[in-house]
Design a protein around this ligand. Structure first.
Ligand code: ADP
Length: 304
């Protein structure tokens, strides 16, 4: 199965025609509340693909916390790894200026998911065939995951933040978008061309980086260590042609798809092809959790 160590949020999405100026009050034309958080999204996405999933995270003793926990349970996600702590459930306020969002996150309980707390759920992590992590919980959680995991470890370094390279290298696969890649590489600007993405991914010195490229699919950059001189190979996987209405959750479902295929033992490029299918389906519907595809809705995986 898959273990997800990460965030659980209450998302409040306010549709706006434009962003307010400093000190200004504006009126939103639509308010939408939903369960979210990268951790919760990736856990639900993995469950919909048919995997046994254990969620490790934290919520507050409040309605938002109960709501997201129940929702994940209904999705078939194991929730015994969700601790109730003395803080508010995390919240994301999304100013939705279609198609872009501007987001403010209040971590709340998510900030409590430290290395010690992850250690307290060691069994779930040791038993998982794959472990998914992101950056909406403290960095100390990542070290604990790397210490405990026996299966494949994947890090989606989102939202954009620097991660010490020695910590990054403790994960088997790193899955950033172009902006997150720039943050990891310490670059001021995101790479534009595929060649620039490749060069920046190689600069991390990590053996397996999958960079998501939105409507352009993804780039799989792998370092070949068996050769006498280090070489690298890059495979550009094109995205599936769909009518995208809302890309919220696309990156999260991509990560779940990647973990799902890697559990089947396929190579990273084939896993990225499957992840691209899963993510494309997610963009065809509104919402985060609500837009995640079930296995039965997807084309048969080409890798089996
Ligand atoms: P994030 O949302 O995390 O920034 P991306 O925008 O790179 O991530 O999207 C993640 C994945 O979702 C892409 O690699 C791609 O497979 C898929 N995707 C995103 N946008 C589209 C689109 N317009 N059409 C098809 N697939 C898409």
């Amino acid at each position: 199965g898959i273990a997800v160590v990460g965030s659980l949020n209450h998302d409040v999405r306010l549709s706006v025609h434009r962003l307010p100026h400093s000190g200004e009050t504006i009126t939103s034309d639509a308010l939408h509340r939903s369960p979210g958080g990268k951790g919760a999204n990736q856990a639900a996405a993995s469950a919909r693909l048919g995997r046994a999933v254990a969620m490790i995270g934290a919520v507050g003793d409040d309605d938002a916390g109960r709501d997201i926990t129940h929702r994940l349970a209904r999705e078939g996600v194991g929730t015994t790894g969700i601790d109730v702590v003395d803080d508010s459930t995390g919240m994301a306020v999304v100013l939705w200026e279609r198609p872009e969002s501007t987001i403010i996150i209040a971590p709340g309980a998510n900030a409590w998911v430290t290395g010690d707390r992850v250690q307290a759920h060691a069994e779930e992590i040791r038993q998982a065939g794959a472990v998914l992590c992101q950056l909406e919980t403290p960095l100390s959680a990542l070290g604990a995951v790397a210490d405990l995991a026996a299966g494949i470890t994947l890090l989606n370094p989102a939202p954009s933040a620097g991660v010490p390279l020695d910590l990054l290298r403790r994960f088997d696969v790193v899955v950033p978008n172009r902006f997150e890649l720039a943050a990891l590489a310490g670059a001021r600007e995101a790479p534009r061309s595929v060649a620039e993405v490749r060069a920046m991914a190689e600069s991390l010195g990590h053996p397996a980086v999958v960079v998501t490229l939105g409507a352009d699919g993804c780039l799989v950059v792998q370092r070949n260590q068996s050769a006498a001189h280090k070489s690298s190979a890059a495979v550009h996987v094109r995205s599936v042609d769909v009518r995208a209405v809302d890309t919220t959750g696309a990156g999260d479902s991509f990560c779940a798809g990647l973990a799902d295929a890697l559990l089947d033992g396929v190579d990273l490029a084939d896993a990225a092809r499957w992840a691209t299918q899963v993510a494309a389906a997610t963009t065809t519907r509104d919402g985060a959790l609500d837009s995640l595809p079930a296995r039965a809705e997807l084309p048969s995986p080409t890798h089996i």
